[in-house]
Ligand binder design. Structure first.
Ligand code: HBZ
Length: 831
């Protein structure tokens, strides 16, 4: 690397290398310097925010060094890179992670202490980077962490939303959305005003002949918006490898800020143009598992995909390699169908701009892309009206039609007798209006398609994509079960448990090879170890209890069983089943004698999660939970036996407090609907047990930890279809337990019954699509078993320890290694 600096300047550059702080005193000096110069604040009025900012800047300086070197190394070695395209990166906070990865937390702690600050308070000042909805976005963040930690040359590409997922407030029991303007001060991003790409929209296609008489397509006219790169360093754990997350921000193209207009007095409309351009990267769409088909969303997708591909192609072209080597240098992973336009855009670049023949180009495209599916829910599968494409991206629509034509021709050849097949697998749905099926386009344009847990990968191959398995063979389809990063989700979130584990497994190496957790199993019968384990869980529960007290002014007993369901609110995830169960428990307590009550195991039912702003049913569920809470929590008959808590604004940083404090977490989706789930893994890794259905990764968790360590209940996915079919529309028989719950709701016990009519009648009168009534009794019975088993604390803690010991499989490091070997064909770059 140094050799690239011309000889005469080399010494001056190398002798002046900035090394960052090496000890407490140097760190203090850096902090004070940043307070006084970078932030231009006096150290006499340095508050927590300023101390956070200065601390973050000092660590950022350290990261930049490694980041630059990593990028140089990747360029000089000309290594193959993986590009992870995701519309969402739910990163959470960065400072604690940066401290861990550059091994500087102890230094920072004592220095901040001397300067008069508590490190926890300082870490707590940071805004979450909440550029995602839920599981899909958080998975992308865990993957970035693992790719850097494993030294893979990897870049993430996404959008730099000015507003992340909204902040949730609960007012009178209802969700209210507040915009999340998070960019006030973001020390982790670097604007690259010199890295810009002009992105075209609208216009028309004109065919012409080139010098050799070949017909070429020219996409002309329309409007242009400029993409500006913002880079964020992604440090790896215990390695200097620091990868890049590049987020694009939109602004008016320089020619577009119309000086003509400006000068002729049309100042307002010239500003309006500017604002229209900036709208593209303004907000994250807040729906998870729902496709709403808005034009601006398609604009976001193309804007981000086109800018990213331009960047990737530009980097490849610098290597001066032949085009056919592109897939040897570049792997691109599509995080769900949101970036599927990248398939079309790369084909367009190769044939329209670079002059390759269709077949040659298409071979390159399909060898480059891999597609990950995250859902089988029909309402989440992306489709775009052909007319919208025609208007916004006319050349891309032509290419899609050609892709489809060649694809259908090959299908017809192989299945000449199956006429139906062609319309079933066509990328264009012949509906009114015609639609482009993005998942089919992603399958046809990729060399591998994967689901995110075993059951889910089986389901996509046997249901929504089964024709494609016939066409391409089973080899094109694979499973990569999700994972989570143990750095954030164990070490950072649960430092005391991490320390205890380290003391028994031979240090913190377990954070690099999670399977070494299995060494814990030998301590299961060690009473002293169990005691320490239980004390840590208790302390984590005290921490959460304090948080509940400070935010909701409700006192909960840390000795009670903490039963947690935190995730996006969705009918398929069945928070309604949980709250119906809570109501059932409440009614039972009310019927008990004082004697019986004494024998009851106290419980705190904790909920958290956002409803998409337009998802009315999900908002009803939130409202019901809150209303049940306000009745139960002040009922003197109940006391400590039951508390119902709804935690406002569930996000990554709150998850880091909530998850380590759970005794039992709920993963109770209707079988076959939750593709994987990833918080299930986080809860078990933090020493909590699960109550769950045979769905998603619950199944593999059960296989790993043993069925005696998980509370499974409910319908199996193979039985769901039949049960749904049997539910006659109109009155639907519900058993007496659930009927009592419905009676309580409709009697107005939890506020105006009309407010919750839809929740009841969805189950009772409208076919119960999510099988709440079918699973209710076994859910209640299983909760009873939980109560019984929780009374035997020694046995409970043993189960927790055994489970943690067997969770090694669920590291995102394992998961990324599988992607690297089976899909990306990429090697780590030695440091
Ligand atoms: O992806 C989730 C799955 O529901 C969950 O089971 C899985 O563990 C996780 C990671 O694989 N899917 C999502 O989170 N999906 C979305 O957030 C989403 C966002 C926008 C959309 C569609 C889906 O248009």
């Amino acid at each position: 690397v140094e050799a690239s600096i011309p000889e005469p300047q080399r010494e001056a550059w190398t002798k002046n290398q900035f090394d960052g702080f090496k000890n407490k005193d140097e760190f203090e000096k850096e902090v004070v310097r940043h307070v006084e110069t970078t932030l231009a604040r006096s150290m006499f009025n340095c508050d927590d925010v300023a101390a956070y900012s200065a601390t973050a800047l000092a660590f950022r300086d350290r990261l930049i060094k490694d980041w630059n070197k990593t990028q140089q190394r990747q360029t000089f070695t000309d290594s193959k890179r993986i590009y992870y395209l995701s519309l969402e990166f739910l990163m959470g906070r960065a400072l604690d992670n940066a401290m861990l990865n550059v091994k500087g937390k102890d230094i920072a702690k004592s220095a901040l202490d001397e300067l008069g600050f508590r490190i926890e308070d300082i870490i707590g000042q940071e805004n979450d980077a909440a550029l995602g909805n839920g599981g899909l976005g958080r998975l992308a963040a865990c993957f970035l962490d693992s790719m850097a930690s494993l030294n893979y040359p990897a870049w993430g590409y996404g959008l730099r939303y000015r507003y992340g997922i909204f902040k949730q407030e609960i007012i009178d029991g209802y969700q209210v959305e507040v915009p999340d303007y998070w960019l006030d001060f973001n020390p982790w991003e670097f604007p690259r005003h010199d890295v810009t790409v002009d992105i075209q929209f609208y216009g028309h296609v004109r065919k012409s002949q080139d010098a050799n008489g070949k017909t070429v397509a020219n996409w002309e006219g329309g409007e242009t918006v400029t993409a500006v790169a913002y880079d964020m360093p992604i440090p790896g754990y215990d390695t200097p490898s620091t990868n890049n997350l590049r987020l694009w921000s939109s602004k008016a193209a320089s020619g577009e800020f119309d000086f003509q207009k400006f000068n002729s007095g049309e100042y307002e409309s010239s500003v309006a143009d500017q604002q229209r351009a900036e709208t593209i990267s303004a907000v994250l769409y807040p729906n998870d598992n729902l496709d709403r088909g808005k034009e601006l969303r398609l604009k976001q997708q193309y804007f981000w995909v086109a800018a990213s591909l331009y960047d990737i192609v530009r980097r490849f072209k610098k290597s001066k390699r032949a085009w056919r080597e592109f897939p040897d240098q570049v792997a691109i992973q599509l995080n769900d169908t949101h970036p599927t336009l990248a398939v079309v855009e790369l084909q367009r670049i190769l044939i329209d701009k670079e002059g390759l023949e269709w077949d040659e180009a298409w071979a390159i495209v399909t060898a480059t892309f891999g597609y990950t599916n995250h859902t089988v829910l029909p309402e989440a599968l992306e489709k775009w009206p052909v007319g919208l494409f025609q208007h916004l991206l006319p050349r891309h629509l032509q290419i899609i039609y050609d892709i489809n034509l060649f694809f259908l021709q090959s299908v017809e050849k192989r299945f000449p007798d199956d006429r139906d097949m062609l319309s079933r697998v066509s990328i264009i749905e012949e509906s009114q209006p015609k639609m482009v099926r993005m998942a089919y386009l992603a399958i046809v344009g990729s060399h591998k398609v994967n689901g995110v847990a075993e059951l889910h990968s089986d389901l996509i191959q046997t249901t929504i994509f089964k024709d494609f398995v016939k066409i391409y063979g089973a080899d094109k389809f694979t499973n990569v079960t999700n994972g989570i990063t143990p750095r954030r989700w164990l070490h950072q979130a649960n430092p005391r448990l991490s320390e205890l584990i380290a003391s028994k497994t031979g240090g913190y190496d377990y954070l690099k090879d999670l399977t070494t957790l299995n060494k814990l199993e030998q301590y299961v019968d060690d009473k002293a170890f169990r005691k320490e384990w239980a004390e840590i869980k208790y302390a984590n529960k005290v921490r959460l209890a304090k948080y509940i007290k400070s935010t909701l002014d409700i006192t909960v007993n840390p000795a009670a069983l903490f039963d947690v369901q935190v995730k996006r609110i969705h009918e398929y995830k069945r928070q309604q089943l949980n709250i119906f169960g809570v109501i059932y428990r409440y009614l039972q307590i009310k019927e008990m004698s004082a004697e019986e009550r004494k024998k009851q195991a106290p419980r705190v039912s904790i909920f958290g999660g956002k409803a998409a702003p337009g998802y009315w049913m999900a908002k009803q569920i939130i409202h019901l939970i809150n209303n049940v809470g306000s009745v139960v929590n002040k009922d003197p008959d109940v006391g400590d036996l039951l508390k119902v808590i709804f935690l406002e604004d569930y996000n990554v940083s709150k998850a880091e407090i909530i998850i380590p404090a759970s005794d039992l977490s709920e993963h109770i989706s209707t079988a076959g609907t939750e593709a994987s789930g990833t918080s299930n893994m986080k809860f078990v890794l933090n020493g909590g047990l699960i109550i769950g259905t045979c769905d998603g990764a619950n199944i593999e968790i059960t296989r790993e930890i043993g069925q005696e360590n998980i509370f499974l209940f409910g319908t199996l996915s193979e039985d769901v279809e039949d049960l749904r079919h049997n539910h006659t529309y109109g009155k639907h028989a519900v058993d007496s337990g659930l009927q009592k719950v419905f009676d309580a709701i409709t009697s107005g016990k939890f506020g105006d019954a009309n407010d919750f009519g839809a929740l009841v009648s969805a189950v009772r009168d409208h076919g119960d699509y999510y099988l709440v009534s079918d699973d209710f009794q076994s859910y209640i019975d299983t909760q009873k078993m939980v109560d019984e088993e929780y009374k035997n604390q020694e046995e409970w803690v043993s189960k927790c320890i055994r489970s943690v010991a067997r969770m090694g499989f669920f590291s995102s490091d394992r998961c990324i290694n599988e992607y690297a070997e089976e899909i990306w064909n990429i090697e780590p770059l030695a440091v």
